[in-house]
Unconditional design. Structure first.
Length: 264
């Protein structure tokens, strides 16, 4: 196994500790034979960023292995393996990152009736600005800061916000979806360990962003804008004030609806 890319220095030194190597092991175990392959991980996604870095590696590795082996596994089988590998990184099996990375768009994690996730309609006019400050926050650490118990009203509010957001997506009510895009479960606690997040959230909204929050476990911040001009202003401010070192970056994008695909 070989590693390359901008963030290659952040990867484990031992191949056996690399999630791509572990993906090969799991794939071969499920396949019932050992594939003699050489794999190169080009790591250009920061680790511990809240951008789903490990999920990207897992999805790319399993898709490549499946293609090489003649596609013996269907999407659902691959997704189950992806969630299992994510559990080794995050501490518990979850599909929050691998499902949208693999399938594209926005995914509602269901995990019922042999169904892992369902696609949610998105909004074509939403422009996303992602700002990674250049520091690392481990998923396990970000989970540890959360309380073990929540107030009843917080869980009621969370259910109301989530249900209303999903409804707004299906009925294409963009303003309602934006209003419901609030995290009352994790963000109030994780914001405390993200330098500059609270002030940045206030500033980007003053600049015209309609929503702002923490991407994954952080420290990456996301902002949603309706107009490109607004998004560019937000990008400029975040570049100047939210980034903490040379590894940080700000990226403007729209949701990718296709998901992972073979490019070579």
């Amino acid at each position: 196994m070989k590693n390359s890319g901008f963030f290659v220095a952040k990867l484990p030194q031992l191949p056996q500790q690399n999630i791509v190597y572990q993906a090969w092991q799991l794939f071969c175990q499920k396949l019932g034979e050992s594939l003699n392959v050489e794999m190169t991980l080009e790591k250009n996604m920061p680790i511990g960023s809240g951008l789903g870095s490990s999920a990207c590696s897992v999805v790319a590795a399993l898709m490549a292995l499946n293609e090489y082996a003649g596609c013996p596994f269907d999407k659902n089988s691959l997704l189950l393996m992806m969630g299992q590998l994510e559990g080794r990184v995050a501490g518990s099996i979850h599909y929050d990152n691998v499902a949208p990375c693999y399938l594209g768009g926005m995914q509602l994690i269901v995990e019922q009736n042999n169904m892992i996730s369902q696609a949610i309609p998105t909004f074509a006019d939403w422009i996303w600005v992602m700002a990674y400050p250049g520091i690392k926050v481990a998923t396990a650490e970000a989970r540890a800061i959360l309380p073990t118990h929540y107030q009843r009203q917080d869980t009621i509010n969370h259910g109301r916000l989530l249900a209303s957001f999903i409804h707004a997506c299906h009925t294409q009510q963009t303003d309602l979806a934006i209003d419901m895009l609030q995290d009352v479960i994790a963000e109030p606690y994780r914001a405390q360990i993200l330098p500059g997040f609270i002030s940045a959230r206030e500033k980007v909204k003053n600049l015209g962003a309609v929503a702002c929050g923490i991407s994954g476990s952080g420290p990456t911040l996301f902002a949603i804008c309706y107009e490109r001009e607004t998004a560019e202003k937000v990008m400029q401010w975040l570049t100047q004030h939210y980034l903490q070192n040379s590894e940080g970056f700000v990226h403007m994008c729209r949701l990718d609806q296709v998901g992972a695909r073979v490019i070579g």
